[in-house]
Design a protein. Structure first.
Length: 340
């Protein structure tokens, strides 16, 4: 491009109204919008518009339009998009976090998609029930910290939500395999966000209790500091249980839960889970889902190796105990024979 062409291009962009530029850019994805900032001054100024990023976030995650997020001075929706769009990748060890967190600090924003269309959206303002009185709050907090952590997104089982199919030609595994889930954890105190989902299902299983019932699992792996888990790795497991109501042409959601496990499969309690969520805010992330999936497969191999090691150690321990028992029995028999 020569100088005249560059001048004409700049002149043409100057003639566009700022609102029109923002409206055009709002139809792009966030990564493309961010990359346009380096093309010219006008686009760079438009990229800094907060309303542009608000619309991008609302379009990408409808749950963000259902609540007022306390951003404070953290960069607003632009910073939120940069935090929530990439997924956690299981590599590197995040910095140690010394600040404390409360279960009331975290907001969950959950959206489920089918072939690019959002079909379910919900916000939970805390990961623990809010007590009306101070004594209730203290009791709830103690129970939360001591018991295994499990966050149930559908607390009202008498009015389970359902969403219509967008493709009536598909059935069974094909439908649930095309589901995508986003679970964003937002720290209201720090104004930071992280997506703890895997976007695509990790596993899909048929539910035995229902002919068209399925259990779909999503999640991520979080590196944690010493003292949180035995192996410094925690697995966030998101389980969506649904029933495909073929005749009615809709999906009936029966359960959407989040639990956090140690590498050996044991469930973490509330106190450990809060520390994992706090650590997740500082984990490495990537927009390349293939990299995220590869890292998860490596974690699965580590789990298998750990399980085999534990089974081997258990077998050796059992063999040792059996040897001691036999030796003791022989010793008793020998003592009895000597006395007789």
């Amino acid at each position: 491009m020569n100088d005249d062409d560059e001048e004409n291009s700049s002149f043409g962009m100057d003639q566009l109204h700022r609102d029109l530029i923002i409206d055009i850019m709002s139809r792009l994805d966030g990564c493309t919008v961010a990359s346009t900032a380096s093309t010219c001054i006008d686009l760079r100024d438009a990229v800094e518009d907060e309303q542009l990023w608000r619309k991008l976030c609302n379009d990408t995650w409808p749950s963000t339009s259902k609540t007022q997020l306390p951003f404070h001075k953290t960069g607003g929706f632009k910073s939120f998009y940069a935090d929530a769009f990439p997924l956690i990748v299981n590599r590197g060890v995040p910095e140690t976090i010394h600040t404390s967190s409360s279960p009331w600090d975290f907001i969950s924003l959950v959206d489920i998609y089918y072939k690019g269309h959002c079909i379910f959206s919900k916000v939970m303002d805390a990961i623990i029930e809010e007590g009306i009185y101070a004594s209730c709050r203290a009791n709830n907090l103690k129970r939360f910290f001591d018991y295994p952590f499990k966050l149930n997104l559908l607390d009202n089982l008498t009015n389970l939500p359902s969403t219509a199919f967008l493709d009536y030609e598909e059935r069974g595994y094909k439908i649930v395999g095309d589901l995508r889930l986003s679970w964003i954890v937002f720290d209201r105190r720090k104004g930071k966000a992280v997506n703890i989902s895997s976007w695509k299902p990790r596993t899909v299983h048929k539910c035995n209790s229902s002919e068209e019932g399925y259990i779909i699992c999503f999640g991520c792996i979080v590196h944690v500091e010493d003292g949180v888990t035995t192996h410094r790795l925690a697995e966030c497991v998101i389980t969506a249980k649904c029933e495909l109501m073929i005749k009615q042409g809709c999906i009936r959601w029966e359960e959407i839960t989040l639990v956090i496990k140690d590498m050996d499969g044991s469930h973490l309690n509330g106190e450990q889970s809060v520390r994992v969520m706090k650590q997740a805010l500082n984990c490495s992330r990537s927009v390349n889902h293939d990299v995220v999936e590869l890292a998860y497969q490596q974690f699965c191999k580590q789990k298998i190796q750990l399980k085999l090691k534990d089974e081997k150690e258990e077998s050796l321990a059992n063999l040792f105990c059996a040897t001691i028992a036999i030796a003791s029995l022989l010793g008793i028999c020998y003592a009895c024979a000597t006395l007789l």
